[in-house]
Design a protein around this ligand. Sequence first.
Ligand SMILES: Cc1cc2nc3c(=O)[nH]c(=O)nc-3n(C[C@H](O)[C@H](O)[C@H](O)COP(=O)(O)OP(=O)(O)OC[C@H]3O[C@@H](n4cnc5c(N)ncnc54)[C@H](O)[C@@H]3O)c2cc1C
Length: 412
Amino acid sequence: MAKTVAVIGAGAIGVCTALSLRRDGHDVLLIDRQGPGEGASFGNGSVISEEAVVPIATPGIWTKVPKMLLDPLGPLALRWSYLPKLTPWLLRFLLASRTEKVEEITGHLAALMEGSLAAFDPLLEMAGEPDFIHKTGWACVYETDSGFADDEEYRQLQARHGVRYDVLGPEELRQLEPALAPHLKKGVFYPDVGFALNNFRLVQLFAEAFEKAGGKILREEVRDFEIGPEGPEAVLTDKGRHAFDAVVVAAGAWSRPLAERLGAPTLLDTERGYHMHYPEPGIAPRLPVYSTERAFVATPLEHGLRVAGTVELGGLQAPPNWERAKVLERNVSRIYPGLETEGGKPWMGFRPSMPDSLPVIGRSPRHPNAFLAFGHGHCGLMLSARTGALLADMVAGRGTPIDMTPYRPDRF
Ligand SMILES: Cc1cc2nc3c(=O)[nH]c(=O)nc-3n(C[C@H](O)[C@H](O)[C@H](O)COP(=O)(O)OP(=O)(O)OC[C@H]3O[C@@H](n4cnc5c(N)ncnc54)[C@H](O)[C@@H]3O)c2cc1C
């Protein structure tokens, strides 16, 4: 039966969810205080990678924490002043890094990732851009043999969960991507990976398709919900009240207070990330390349080279540390020595992150008509179409193709 559904947040997750709900014939209101895709979805690495099944917290991560505290420019950094607020998240993060837990979480991420590229196909059709995602695979590159050897367990974990890859020597690497620096020692090619030609435009294309299909987008800030005797009934914004039968919170890193108000307290926090965007890079790589040792991806978008990555734990309020973006520039110049950096623009965004690297996709434990879809961390673009499809199944009361228990909001 068609319902009136309010979706809060027009990032990749909210827009894909709204479009999937509209395809099912619901009346859908998509509400965001900014334009579609202007949050974390604006500046990501644009990669859609089904191999991303291993969580961020892996065994031994705790040995890296002291270094995080001391090096504000390292690939993983922590703002001291934020430590007291972050402690419950950090403890759960460390608990999630136990060997048996990592194996379990990898299985749950693999279940979500499977088919995440194909999940875009119906949405791209609706947007009239069936070829906007290029399925090229990607290469993870290593500057040292020891760096490659250190990742052996990581690759074995991936392989146990069905990830396909090929190890490349220096010559094969350069054949794959001639612009790469000659000092690179090893690469790993993952075939089941694609990238959107422009991650921001992808969200905008889906938002336009949503409106063309009869969906409504409101530029308003959600402040609260009206909760009646039967449960949540309306969303209250800075401009008014909008009644709904069901509501979906997809407000990215800002979802926590909204979820709490709907009876779903959560450990959501943010892993801040940076990018440098080079409009005229002077090189034309064919596929995304990930520098494993320096923790960034370089993706050839339709409007330049996007270099994105690093993690900074520092909450939603602290100003950006643009030195971190400069480090990205130094690092990318090592793997692409021919890169023209003039005109490069920095950006910082807020990954919505759960301590166990699993998103929240499910119903509020208190209100059956309130749904939550946030916390996708490093994988929010890649999982956006899949999340939208799963959410649409849940709102319709259909069975989902995978067990959704691992992603439930009250799992902690
Ligand atoms: C540097 C970097 C690189 C990344 N690279 C990749 C990558 O290559 N591939 C990948 O899959 N993922 C990547 N990610 C992660 C990805 O960008 C995020 O997981 C994803 O964008 C999250 O989407 P979202 O829709 O949940 O959140 P957002 O895009 O942040 O959208 C949330 C929206 O909610 C709105 N909102 C919040 N509160 C309210 C309110 N009260 N009222 C109204 N509106 C509200 C915001 O305005 C915002 O538009 C990267 C992230 C970063 C930072």
